[in-house]
Design a protein around this ligand. Sequence first.
Ligand code: G4P
Length: 563
Amino acid sequence: HHEETRLFATTTTTTTTTEPYKAPATEIERRRNLAIISHPDSGKTTMTEKLLLYGGALQQAGAVRQKAEQRATQSDFMEMEQERGISISSTVMNFDYNGLRVNILDTPGHQDFSEDTYRALAAADNAVMLLDAAKGLEPQTRKLFEVCRLRNLPLFTFVNKMDRPALTPYEIMDQIEAEFGLETHPILWPIGDGDRFKGVLDRTTNIVHLYTKPTQRGGKAEVQEVPMEDEDTLKSLIDDQELFDKLLEDQELLQELIPPLDMERVMAATQSPLFFGSAMTNFGVQLFLDKFCDMGTKPMGRLAADKQEDEGEFLIAPEHQEFTGFVFKTQANLDPKHRDRLAYVRVVSGVYEKGMKVGHSRSKPAKKYNLAQAQALFGSDRTTVELAYPGDVIGINNPGNFAIGDTLYTGNSKVAFPGIPSFSPEKFAYIRSPNPSDYKSFRKGMDQLLDEGAIQALRQRNDDGGGPLMLAAVGQLQFEVVQARLKNEYNVDSLMEPLSYTLARWVDGGWDAVDKADADGKLFGIMVVQDRWKRPVLLFRNDWKAASLAEEEKYLELKPWSQ
Ligand code: G4P
């Protein structure tokens, strides 16, 4: 599988003979993308596994599990990175369910890899917020929720682990409302919790689903469906007077208090459909999948920058004739034997066809690449893809040309989707190679890891690459992974020198604003650096200092994100 590249003839005289292949509306219509956001340990791996199980993509729960078991310690993490690389990065799992194609954009569980989660969210069209019923909102959920809000992603909430002692459903609803200003609308309502968790009321049909625990791990739960009106049967099956009374009371209360489900508001992310269940015992999982398939949105278009930069943005709808897509993740050395590198592309419009030639937004002069072989990835298995439609994700061989945020397109007019912003880093350190003779491999390794977006690089102002290299990360583990990969994949040692800064702010006001603040003596104790695109970034030692500078020197337009 050799990668062909050739220069793109900008002044071509031949007329196109074949019409671009338009994505059939039915293919777009039947796709559902989702990414799960959660705090570590709330059950994302288990939930993913169960969705795959009910979707028929897994014969037996347990396949996704393996990776969770390897997650216990950091050394496992490293091993995983080397052996199965795929596990800690966003990949896509898909299955056909009731005529729909569901794509689950997997997101790594460890908090230091939230950067990858962020990128998976850029490729997703729906998000599922998974909460631990005993804990409610947790730090990682809060952080990732902000990302969803930035993109106005429709958000479904699944409260997991109801088979354990839980907060009351009302407490959880209040928490989401109070902290996120987000109204929830219960679709599945729990009957009991902990050992007394009997099942859920489906409020859209008024049918109660009563479960019995599966006898073996990985089995599906047995379910009995009883309409709410059939009170006698219900009462005898629930077999708990208190829970039965509570159910009747809750049902009435909800009917009075809860504003109606409003799909327009769900799509605008101002109302979140709410579900309760237990991924481990399979309570409510299939119901959730059914409802998600009904309510979730099909793949959406994306805004692209106009050719004349100042003309603003325009929407490329999935129905657009030409193929367009963007790279949201790249990864090197998935298979150590082949030293291969992959770029993951989210198809936005048109159809990917094997062997198609695409333009590349970032190359100058404009280049065309032959996408000879795209792959679909399922865990560590790969299959070759002949056709891919809007909403799908394909993995393409990446000889080093494709970076995160790059747009690929067919047709003669260039298309560029805006880049994918990164999480705000909180850890900073200089990195260098202790052996001058290793310099070249160090550079090469660093360049590739930076392209991959494993970590961000910062440099001194006006440094073209000769000066000291500073790394910026969300968590310490990212530094350790970089060092381990430099060693294992490029055979170079590296030294890190941590810095005491804890916060970065991008200066949207630009370098002139930085100069003004500097001249006014406002940047004392603050480090001024530039990012990969030579945009100004300020590093602070504490939140307070950043907050007061933002407040007092508004022209700086300090932003936590690099857009
Ligand atoms: P994560 O990917 O979000 O980090 O969570 P993961 O699925 O790995 O689940 C974390 C722990 O929570 C696991 O237990 C898992 O079995 C458990 N869990 C997940 N869903 C439920 C649920 O609905 N109810 C209950 N009671 N537990 C649940 P573990 O002890 O870490 O692993 P294991 O021994 O079960 O493999």
